[in-house]
Write a protein that binds this ligand. Structure first.
Ligand SMILES: [Zn+2]
Length: 489
């Protein structure tokens, strides 16, 4: 869902629908007439391979060719602001940032002085400049609403320009931001967030990325049509059921109504001072958790590993097995190495195996990675992410016959939690998996054992269990992948 937030205001739904109709019409009419245009491109934040990172692409508007170095400086300043704040500071290694230097014929942005929320001409003189995406202040009647191509010919043509610049120059982008060469405070959200170069405008852009990249909702009073269940918005008022139940009473998290009457009074936010409400504030713990979860769902912390299948055929011991990890700062990744179902090593990036460690025949070495960051409260979290690499090492009397490897990631869901009757178990994985799940009581007794396969939902009836805390241990090929607590009530 896309939010057209204009500074602290939102566009009416009908207007959005109309814009989409125009866009579709325009795309149909112009589909075959576009010409490929390649612009100068530069990576200003390089954490590693693009296909193993989240790629943020920044486009310029209102910078003439001679000013494109200023654009780079401004983009770097934005990136510094973004990655200096949590949780981007902890997960900075998961992002690459690229700039596409789109030159404009003239500098700045339009200012038609048509805003109705201020006395115009406000702050800056009336001006009309020829820029590539036609950015303008005063969009939708708000002075600080900086938007693309609203005045002429229409925003749909600017949107199709943005889409073609991306398609021709960086089609595999994850998120886009447009930086406009104006020091006047302004910006807007939506699929393509825009920001001016005003220092505080960086915070607008970061807030807007909260919407467009991480599905967060505003935590201030919004028009009725914009309320809906989200990471940081709910109608649940029971503190033991609410989605942010793990954070209640920590760092200011509670259940705050959006308003005192009407629809807003029936919706709740987790915090009074979150960046999704107050631009100068940090993200609240609930929003931080949502951002980290999204990062985990997009990017595996395993950058690469060695050996890959059949890359060695050796009888020389020791054999080294090695992970290259994308580490949070500080490093909160926990690794558990298991050889033939016995714990082999913990919290190391590489291990060496000697001949006597191996049986004749097939051996299995698996490393499982969990992120133990305190930004997540995974224990009662519905879905969590676990990553693994498994090597099958075949040993014969002559030495090592071969080594094959397989990387996997698991999204394991266990819900609802707490529950008094049915516990749903679900696993999603990029490879075929069959997990065995053991339900264990706190005194260590195995109560129940069940199996789950990829994308299947397994309903486990636990109504006969006595109330209390239990563990659900998930095993893949006898290797413990994860251990998760749940409550029977
Ligand atoms: Zn928040």
């Amino acid at each position: 869902m896309i939010y057209y937030k204009i500074a602290n205001h939102l566009l009416p739904q009908e207007f959005i629908n109309m814009r989409y109709k125009l866009l579709i019409l325009f795309l149909v009419l112009n589909y075959h007439f576009g010409q490929c245009q390649i612009f100068d491109k530069e990576t200003i934040k390089n954490s590693g391979d693009n296909d193993k990172r989240i790629n943020l692409v920044i486009l310029s508007d209102g910078y003439q060719t001679s000013e494109l170095n200023d654009f780079k400086t401004d983009a770097i300043s934005f990136v510094n602001d973004m990655f200096n704040q949590s949780p981007f500071s902890e997960y900075t290694n998961y992002f690459n940032v690229h700039i596409i230097k789109v030159p404009s014929n003239e500098s700045g942005a339009d200012h038609p002085a048509t805003a109705t929320d201020v006395t115009e001409p406000y702050n800056i003189p009336v001006m009309s400049v020829d820029t590539y995406f036609n950015a303008t202040f005063d969009a939708f009647g708000y002075h600080r609403a900086l938007y693309y191509g609203i005045d002429y010919p229409d925003s749909a043509s600017a949107e199709s320009k943005i889409n073609s610049v991306l398609a021709d120059n960086f089609p595999t982008y994850d998120q886009v931001l447009i930086l406009v060469n104006s020091s006047e405070y302004g910006g807007t959200g939506g699929e393509f967030p825009i920001s001016s170069t005003h220092t505080a405008a960086n915070q607008i852009a970061i807030h807007e990325l909260g919407h467009s990249m991480f599905n967060l909702k505003d935590e201030y009073l919004v028009p009725d049509v914009f309320y809906g269940e989200a990471i940081n918005m709910t109608q649940e008022t029971n503190s033991s059921l609410i989605k942010w139940k793990n954070w209640i009473n920590e760092n200011g998290v509670y259940i705050y109504p959006y308003g005192t009457s009407g629809i807003p009074a029936t919706w709740y936010r987790p915090h009074q001072n979150c960046k999704m409400r107050v631009l100068s504030a940090p993200f609240c713990p609930v929003c931080k958790e949502g951002i980290v979860e999204k990062i985990h769902s997009l990017i595996s912390p395993i950058d690469s590993y060695l050996p890959v299948s059949n890359s060695i055929n050796t009888s020389t011991y020791p054999i080294d097995f090695q992970l290259n990890l994308i580490k949070p700062i500080p490093n909160t990744l926990e690794s558990t190495w298991t050889l033939n179902a016995s714990n082999f090593a913990n919290d190391v990036d590489d291990v060496s195996i000697i001949e006597t460690d191996l049986n004749v025949g097939s051996n299995n070495l698996t490393v499982v990675l969990n992120d133990t960051t305190t930004l997540l409260k995974v224990d009662n979290h519905e879905t969590f992410h676990v990553y693994s690499v498994s090597w099958t090492i075949t040993k014969s009397a002559l030495g090592i016959d071969d080594i094959t490897s397989e990387e996997n990631n698991f999204n394991i869901s266990l819900f609802p939690n707490p529950t008094n009757s049915i516990l749903n178990l679900k696993v999603k994985s990029k490879n075929t998996v069959n997990l065995k799940v053991d339900i264990i009581s706190l005194d260590g007794k195995k109560i129940k054992s069940t199996k789950i396969s990829n994308y299947e939902n397994n309903e486990v009836d636990i109504s006969h269990l006595s109330q209390g805390l239990y563990l659900a241990n998930s095993y893949s090929n006898h290797i413990l992948i994860t251990s998760k607590r749940f409550v029977k009530n």
